[in-house]
Design a protein around this ligand. Sequence first.
Ligand code: SF4
Length: 299
Amino acid sequence: MTLKTSTDHIETLDVAEPPSSRRSTGAPCYIAGTGTLLVSFSGGLTSAYMTWKLKRASRNKLVVVFANTGQENEKTLMFVDKVDKVFDLGVVWVEADVKPKGIGTKHRIVDFETASRNGEPFEAVMAQYGISNKAYPHCTRELKQAPIHSYMKSLGVEYQTAIGIRADEYRRVGKKARIVYPLADYWIVDKEEVNEFWSRQPFSLGLEEHQGNCKWCWKKSLKKHFMLIAETPEIFDFPRKMEAFYGKVRCPEGRRVFFRENRSTDDLFALKEAGAGRLLNAFDVDAGCSESCEMYEAI
Ligand code: SF4
């Protein structure tokens, strides 16, 4: 079935039909009931593909929100803006508005032009909650979940949330009420399908896999960090500064650092300098942040 939209001129694919056992008609559908569906748009290729599919196939009222951390690649911001305009998604850009203790993080609305580029929301979260890392993974909560939910609360509607995790990433699917995973539970979409879709489009994200998300995200593998240190060492100036300024926030007896195995930014550089890249092994894998930083995932 071909679903005509105002963007049909830019691509030639039909909406991929869900397997027969998972659909009633194959026609445009409601996902998770008939109400509002919040689409958490991470700025990655998979998330953008899910949003495009939902826009074409879902009859739910879609609210598409992108939460900018201030440490995204410029190419991510350009991609979000382009996807929004070309696919007519009405993306709402939000950033964390960190409030004093006891109030909780709210949101502020920005756009492509006014979005933070120097880590301002990220720094505000570190100043309030301390350095995030595997033991204290609050950056996703405060930079993604909280501002997006604050925005949705301002709309005053009941809603469910669609997360862009694919069927081949099922280990990342969490079990929470009111969260749906259309690409894993409704349509069965894998990475190959996503890549094939974008190979047909006149534009794409333009980032290598190791460059996605917050540029230096602490969830990336050591191998990716070493690649990034070789390519763009300056992107680590920010986490180095955060560790120096806020390492003792909520950690008065010690000092919190970002990276795995209690490594600081300087430790990463020293390891690379010492040639540790040769010793990397199969256990050096991403912690679920290879393409996107999703609001709800099992990590
Ligand atoms: S991409 Fe990484 S550093 Fe950025 S908010 Fe997500 S988990 Fe935190």
